[in-house]
Design a binder for this molecule. Structure first.
Ligand SMILES: NC(=O)c1ccc[n+]([C@@H]2O[C@H](COP(=O)([O-])OP(=O)(O)OC[C@H]3O[C@@H](n4cnc5c(N)ncnc54)[C@H](OP(=O)(O)O)[C@@H]3O)[C@@H](O)[C@H]2O)c1
Length: 342
């Protein structure tokens, strides 16, 4: 196939930077890589495959022609620029929340629903799901495919990097200030200071008392797994971890569940690392994840009080599994399906 022209909007953010690193070592043939961000970052240099690329200001570029446009700069930028890139022939892979629930836009996790990308989507846009949903859906897929689920209840423990570079900075600076005995700057990216704290809110809380992240989890999981009636509810919590989201997931099945069958199903799942023996193998924690390209599943146990109930502890790198790697795998799937680069 021919080499591709690729644009990354939001190249200076945490997702954009991770995507550049993954693209660099991927088999994707790149003719021209265009790095775009706000005017504040114009002129910054980034090394890519032995070349130096200069970051350009998105609103100052004239021509938008590119084969793939990865958008990693938030919903407002995506709403304005995704249709413009698509109108110039690009396939847009959007990391934001802007188009995920649009019925014409496929919401893709390549390990779960690759067939939805067998043809070019009508708007020219493919949506990358929310980070919390991707790791959950990937751990659930083998179980909900083989066994009848009654309901799923989970709590998330989400890292500061989930709100981008400024979230990481706020946690670091706030922690330093607190250790030095000062209150530090007021919270900006979080509702209250995150350092030495946990916050039971991720995203705006609506009139029904449900936070945006909790809405996204159920809507997106239903779309990706093609289970429109899936009963799923969550409490999403921000924790003072720099990177890596964790989830305590309780699945209630329609019938008693067999632990050995669960182990077998999870062990066979591509990209899922199962810690089957809790005593010998321990469990993953977000700070010490060994393979950040995998979804890590541990503490797998049947509820002693209810033989239909199963607990899982699910950990993944939100920047990689939950964003940049999934976006890159979408591009590779589209290339393999000849949706791009014909
Ligand atoms: N962080 C995660 O775990 C995660 C997971 C899944 C999806 N996402 C999504 O990925 C996207 C990026 O998130 P992030 O965490 O990487 O955020 P981030 O670290 O704050 O980076 C934001 C990027 O967007 C650029 N940007 C902001 N306003 C812009 C504008 N008006 N025009 C052009 N570029 C602009 C910034 O450029 P400057 O540096 O020049 O300001 C920066 O490169 C968001 O849509 C987010 O919802 C994030």
């Amino acid at each position: 196939m021919r080499s591709l022209n690729i644009s990354i909007v939001g190249a200076t953010g945490v997702v954009g930077a991770k995507l550049i690193k993954l693209l660099e070592v991927s088999p994707v043939p790149v003719n021209r890589l265009r790095l775009l961000a706000s005017r504040n970052s114009a002129g910054r240099q980034v090394r890519f495959r032995d070349e130096i690329c200069f970051v350009e200001a998105l609103d100052e570029i004239g021509d938008l022609e590119t084969d793939i446009a990865f958008l990693c700069a938030g919903s407002a930028v995506s709403l304005e620029w995704a249709p413009r890139f698509a109108a110039q022939g690009a396939m847009v892979i959007d990391n934001s929340n802007a188009f995920r629930m649009d019925p014409d836009v496929p919401l893709v996790v390549p390990q779960i629903n690759p067939s939805v990308l067998s043809h070019r989507p009508r708007p020219g846009i493919v949506a990358n799901p929310n980070c919390t949903t991707i790791q959950l859906a990937r751990a659930l897929r083998p179980l909900v495919t083989a066994l009848d689920v009654h309901q799923i209840i989970l709590a998330t423990y989400q890292a500061a990097s989930g709100v981008g570079l400024m979230g990481i900075d706020e946690l670091r600076n706030g922690t330093r200030a607190a250790l030095e005995g000062s209150s530090g700057p007021p919270a900006a990216r979080f509702p209250v200071p995150l350092q030495f704290n946990v916050i039971p809110q991720v995203g705006e809380i609506d009139l029904e008392g449900v936070a945006l992240e909790e809405r996204k989890l159920v809507q997106e999981a239903r779309k990706i797994l093609a289970m429109p009636d899936l009963r799923l509810t969550s409490t999403c919590v921000r924790v003072p971890v720099e990177n890596g989201h964790s989830e305590a997931v309780y699945i209630e099945f329609e019938k008693p569940v067999c632990l050995q069958q669960v182990h077998e199903l999870l062990a066979q799942e591509e990209g899922v690392r199962l810690y089957a023996d809790g005593i010998r193998e321990g469990y993953p924690t977000p700070r010490f994840l060994t393979n950040p390209a995998d979804v890590h599943v541990a503490r797998v146990r049947v509820n002693p009080e209810n033989p239909r109930g199963l607990w899982l502890w699910v950990v993944a790198d939100n920047l990689q599994v939950g964003a940049a790697l999934n976006a890159l795998l979408i591009a590779q799937l589209a290339i393999a399906n000849r949706v791009i680069g014909k």
